[in-house]
Design a protein around this ligand. Structure first.
Ligand code: KE4
Length: 427
């Protein structure tokens, strides 16, 4: 098998930028992406056979770790019965029933094939339900690549330094209003200035696409109140936080109810699955029950549903996953804080549960503008130093560290020791 560099050369001839998703391309950290051959537990192996402790976890789906034998068996058994029928199956019902049992207030869900589709559909539903056109999002939050969401977006858009994408018509972008994360006044000003025109406020309950930026105390509760006052729906984009922060996601973790939630990643167990859901009186506006259209050839795909059903069934029963990953998150953030102090390093660390981020700015980082102060060149040196030591982090400052139940305290200790060495070199 060719090595990563040669494969990347070949890939760039036939795939834009050599990757099927921009942030994978290592553009902001230099060098070439590692082409991965296999993964198991908390580890991945590249095509040269190098082993890495993985802190990306496929950007969130791998809460149980890679290649969980129970999920592999579920997928294998499902595949033996055929890959796709384009007709309803029992498994889709089982997944929807399980999700609505795990998340209180979630009464009905529709399966789609990605987080982007889930968000795009939830926004169309909010517009159809309210009869309003405008949507408020937050600078630095990323909600997938549907046109209206590529306005001051985070993740790969932020990494590329292109806050808005070409190809999005001004009249479409014009219906997307941008507020400041953790700033309720900026939301209220937009709602007041667009009276009775805002269909929804969409928020990452923990922003994890500008690095990890936790909601300030009262921020999410404040959004709930503002949406109630102005007749807008509150959409929690839980593509990352859903079933990760808690069984009931961010709604349970923070005790704030959203009107609609979007999901992805974990609910597919590594297979392409997204979903959106909420109260029946809203969801029944979705075709064919209602007049808001949305469809998909592979939605509820039986093999993907088997993977999602298996992972969610494990999470529904096993409290230790949440206890352990939260404890590992604490160990990481506490250990990093100690190192930052000891090295007098101009860094700050954030974390919520099994999500964390090391910002290359002294912080505090509470929003997009503050996150953008990060020294991305220093981050690149850290990233490559870690990669060369066998630790695989997201190749961008503006992403998250994803911990899994397959990581151990020894793994976290090893990362902290490597960071200690690197900080000595860098600072
Ligand atoms: P997908 O269409 O990539 O499945 O989901 C889009 C999406 C929606 N909402 C949130 C909060 C998300 O984080 C995402 C996707 N997350 C990125 C990681 N920052 C996916 C990685 C990538 O784009 O390659």
């Amino acid at each position: 098998m060719m090595n990563s560099e040669a494969l990347f050369q070949r890939a760039r001839e036939v795939i834009p930028g050599g990757v099927n998703s921009p942030v994978r391309a290592f553009q902001s950290v230099g060098g070439h992406p590692r082409f991965i051959q296999k993964a198991k537990g908390a580890r991945i192996w590249d095509v040269e056979g190098n082993c890495y402790l993985d802190f990306v976890g496929s950007w969130g789906p791998m809460l149980l770790g890679h290649g969980d034998d129970r999920i592999l068996q579920a997928v294998t058994e499902a595949a033996a019965g055929g890959l796709s029928f384009g007709a309803p199956t029992e498994r889709e019902v089982l997944v929807a029933e399980l999700m609505t049992r795990m998340v209180s207030d979630l009464e009905m869900v529709r399966m789609v094939n990605s987080g982007t589709e889930a968000v795009m559909s939830a926004i169309r539903l909010a517009r159809g339900y309210t009869g309003r056109d405008k949507v408020i999002k937050f600078a630095g939050c990323y909600h997938g690549h549907s046109d209206g969401m590529l306005v001051k977006a985070g993740s790969g858009v932020m990494t590329a330094g292109v806050p808005d994408s070409l190809g999005v018509p001004a009249k479409v972008a014009g219906d997307t209003l941008t507020a400041i994360y953790n700033d309720l006044n900026s939301v209220e000003a937009l709602l007041q200035g667009n009276k009775d025109q805002v269909a929804a406020v969409i928020v990452e309950p923990v922003a994890a696409n500008m690095g990890v930026v936790p909601p300030a105390p009262g921020f999410l509760q404040g959004l709930r109140q503002l949406c109630d006052q102005h007749g807008a729906l509150l959409i929690f984009d839980e593509v990352i936080t859903g079933f990760r922060l808690a069984r009931g996601g961010a709604q349970e973790y923070f005790g704030v109810r959203a009107d609609l939630c979007t999901y992805g990643k974990i609910i597919g167990g590594g297979m392409p699955v997204g979903a959106y859901g909420g109260r029946k009186e809203i969801m029944n506006w979705i075709s064919p029950a209602g007049q808001v259209y949305q469809a998909g050839t592979l939605s509820g795909n039986p093999v993907a549903m088997a993977a999602g059903l298996c992972q969610l069934s494990i999470l529904a029963e096993d409290d230790s996953v949440y206890e352990k990953t939260a404890r590992l998150g604490q160990q990481f953030t506490q250990g990093m804080n100690d190192l930052i102090q000891r090295h007098h390093a101009p860094l700050s660390v954030t974390g919520v549960g099994s999500l964390a981020c090391l910002f290359f700015t002294p912080g505090p980082v509470t929003n997009y503008e503050e996150a953008k102060k990060s020294d991305t060149a220093a981050f690149a040196r850290y990233f490559n130093g870690m990669l060369n030591r066998g630790f695989y982090f997201a190749p961008s400052q503006f992403e998250a560290i994803f911990l899994s139940a397959a990581h151990t305290e020894e793994d976290i200790q090893a990362v902290l020791e490597a960071a200690d060495q690197l900080f000595t070199e860098i600072f």
